[in-house]
Design a protein around this ligand. Structure first.
Ligand SMILES: CC(C)(COP(=O)(O)OP(=O)(O)OC[C@H]1O[C@@H](n2cnc3c(N)ncnc32)[C@H](O)[C@@H]1OP(=O)(O)O)[C@@H](O)C(=O)NCCC(=O)NCCS
Length: 164
């Protein structure tokens, strides 16, 4: 299996949105997704994993600078590895690549990377283990952030302030 992990290019926004729609159906709005990914790739970035033999998208993670890029803080969301590819270190590599690219992104604004944060279900032990592995730590638990039914959300924060 040969996998490439890198920033998505502008002409990949539509294909990525389609691949996620194929995976999640109507839970993922295709037109909204295309336009959002176009914006993200243009102004922020998306890390993708593709199987170089099939050209299929097999993983992703989205990065958005918070408020003003000169603050050096960003949010991570939409971290996902497709079934059949999980448990092979791809999620780890996606997040390590995202952290490297976030440093470069903020360097363009002459600021160091300060914080990255991500929300995950408090019951999502795999995701929490992945985030911990690449340097995030548990922050506050938040109740009913996205729906009334779901369990608590765990805020995970990576602090880069004392790192080179
Ligand atoms: C969470 C997710 C992205 C992990 O991706 P992955 O490619 O399988 O992760 P990796 O293979 O790099 O594993 C990273 C760490 O996660 C943990 N992990 C991975 N698979 C696991 C499993 N089946 N059981 C328990 N922990 C597991 C381990 O700590 C692992 O580190 P280790 O191999 O050094 O022990 C993937 O499971 C996924 O897409 N889940 C569904 C979507 C989701 O929940 N996303 C997070 C939303 S916030």
């Amino acid at each position: 299996m040969s996998i490439e992990i890198r920033k998505a290019k502008q002409d990949e926004a539509g294909g990525l949105a389609q691949a996620i729609h194929d995976l999640h159906g109507e839970k993922f709005d295709l037109e909204f997704g295309k336009s959002r990914f176009n914006y993200l790739i243009d102004k922020n970035f998306i890390i993708i994993a593709r199987d170089t033999e099939t050209q299929d998208f097999i993983g992703r993670a989205m990065f958005e600078a918070i408020e003003d890029p000169r603050f050096g803080t960003g949010m991570v969301w939409g971290v996902e590895v497709w079934e059949g590819y999980k448990g092979k270190g791809i999620g780890t590599k996606i997040l390590q690549t995202l952290i490297e690219e976030a440093s470069k992104y903020f360097a363009d604004y002459n600021v160091p990377l300060r914080f990255l944060y991500v929300f995950t279900r408090s019951s999502n032990h795999q995701a929490k283990a992945l985030y911990r592995k690449v340097g995030f730590r548990e922050g506050p638990l938040l109740d009913r952030m996205f729906t009334d039914e779901q369990p608590q959300e765990q805020l995970m924060i990576a602090d880069f302030r004392n790192k080179k």
